[in-house]
Ligand binder design. Structure first.
Ligand code: ATP
Ligand code: MG
Length: 424
């Protein structure tokens, strides 16, 4: 036997019993974002490597060690997108959608990061991203957060997630803070974990969200970012909080929240849950007023977030929050005996699908005796089985069996849709 080829580590197949949950989640998101006026944008999963180096930042975890980068046949360096924001900016700016305009965009699709696979962390994973451009005031930050809260509410997740909020100020404020932080931490350099020691010279802000206890203990005495936040950032942050309060969206302020990507400034936020272990963040985002310009466009204020679909699916499953309508199930199973009945049954099934488009109508294909076909009907868990033989075809009727009661009755072809919808 030929050796079977397996999927790549950390890259999962979404099998039929899971894909219905994905569809439910994606459909719910599509409805919510549309109600706020967001339009979908689609862009390639491969981009020039420079887009992410410049967009996400050279000293971020993503660019330093997580990207799938390869040379194509003419030696160009390409990268499988590790996130969507940089691509979204590239695509929107390339199409001339950003300069002097307001845009509300969203996207969904696979992202690729070379990380250690574990529950809630994969090498191919999927995000839904929501981005807004051209709006500098805190009301749009609030809109995105309220939108996400509405989504949690629709999914039944609102009480299971917590909103953490911070402001990381303007670039100049962060620079001043970085200098103070480095000054302080340099004294304790030997006691820091290895990653943090390296970040001291590359990306000191990221030390703040180190998971190492020893490092966290040292950080207790470190200068605090909020002392470096200027008037403009502070009033932006307060305005955001006022609007969140008015919309009854609870939050906690987490002064250590900095986010792993370089492009953020002012508002940053994460929705976290206690139900998924270490992979606690289901949605994360913030303001990135500098990114469009950094990627060669005109200065354009922007704010957005991305959520991890796998983590949300896990959360919905863990909390048993998947509504029964979202699960796939057959409603009607059609069996037939004999050539004429086979043909007639295809017509009958079409008639049902035409009149009742939301029904799942499964027709038995491939012949076989009556007993076998009825076994398949049973296994399909369909609520009704429709049976057609030569006699029925000649009389223009069929037998309908209610699989929950076992009752069977004769029904004229033309009355079948009404009978099914009336008894479902
Ligand atoms: P983390 O701190 O968990 O590594 P991150 O800061 O790298 O997350 P973002 O780049 O902000 O994550 O991505 C937004 C969301 O995408 C995350 O909150 C998470 O839900 C999801 N996500 C990120 N990386 C992965 C991954 N490797 N596998 C599955 N989901 C992921
Ligand atoms: Mg990460």
């Amino acid at each position: 036997m030929a050796r079977k080829i397996q999927a790549i580590r950390g890259m999962n197949d979404i099998l039929p019993d899971q894909s219905s949950v994905w569809l439910y989640l994606e459909k719910t998101v599509a409805e919510v974002v549309k109600s706020y006026g967001y339009q979908q944008i689609r862009f390639p999963i491969v981009e020039n490597t420079d887009l992410f180096k410049r967009g996400v930042g050279e000293t971020t975890d993503i660019v330093e060690k997580e990207m799938y980068t390869f040379e194509d046949r003419n030696g160009e360096s390409l990268t499988l997108r590790p996130e969507g924001t940089a691509s979204c900016v590239r695509a929107a700016d390339q199409a001339g959608l950003l300069f002097n305009q307001v845009q509300r965009l969203w996207y969904t699709g696979p992202m690729f990061r070379y990380e250690r696979p574990q529950k809630g962390r994969y090498r191919q994973f999927h995000q839904i991203g929501v981005e807004s451009f051209g709006m500098a005031t805190a009301d749009i930050d609030a809109e995105l957060i309220v939108l996400s809260a509405r989504l949690w509410q629709k999914l039944g997740l609102l009480e299971h997630v917590e909103l953490q909020l911070n402001t990381i100020g303007l670039a100049s404020e962060r620079e001043a803070y970085k200098a103070a932080l480095v000054d302080y931490l340099t004294e304790f350099k030997d006691q820091l974990d290895e990653d943090s020691q390296r970040r001291l010279s590359t990306n000191p802000l990221r030390i703040l969200d180190s998971k190492e206890e020893a490092t966290q203990a040292i950080l207790q005495g470190a200068p605090s970012l909020d002392e470096f936040i200027g008037e403009e950032s502070q009033s932006h942050f307060e305005r955001l909080q006022t609007i969140l309060k008015a919309n009854r969206v609870p939050y906690v302020i987490n002064r250590r929240l900095v986010r792993g990507l370089d492009y953020y400034g002012k508002t940053v936020f994460e929705w976290v849950t206690t139900h998924l272990g270490a992979q606690a963040t289901v949605c994360a985002g913030g303001r990135y007023d500098g990114l469009v310009e950094q990627l060669g466009g005109k200065p354009t204020p922007a704010v957005g977030f991305a959520m991890g679909i796998e983590r949300l699916v896990l959360l919905l499953e863990t909390l048993s929050l998947i509504p029964s309508e979202a699960k796939f199930s057959a409603d009607v199973f059609v069996v037939s005996i004999g050539d004429d009945a086979e043909v007639a049954s295809t017509r009958l099934a079409e008639q049902l699908r035409e009149t009742l488009p939301s029904l799942v109508v499964l027709r038995h294909c491939g012949g076989g005796n009556f007993k076998n076909q009825m076994k398949k009907a049973d296994r399909s868990e369909a609520r009704f089985t429709v049976i057609l033989g030569q006699d029925e075809v000649e009389q223009g009727v069929c037998q309908v069996k209610d699989m929950s009661t076992g009752e069977q009755q004769t029904c004229a072809f033309e009355d079948l849709p009404a009978y099914i919808s009336g008894n479902l």
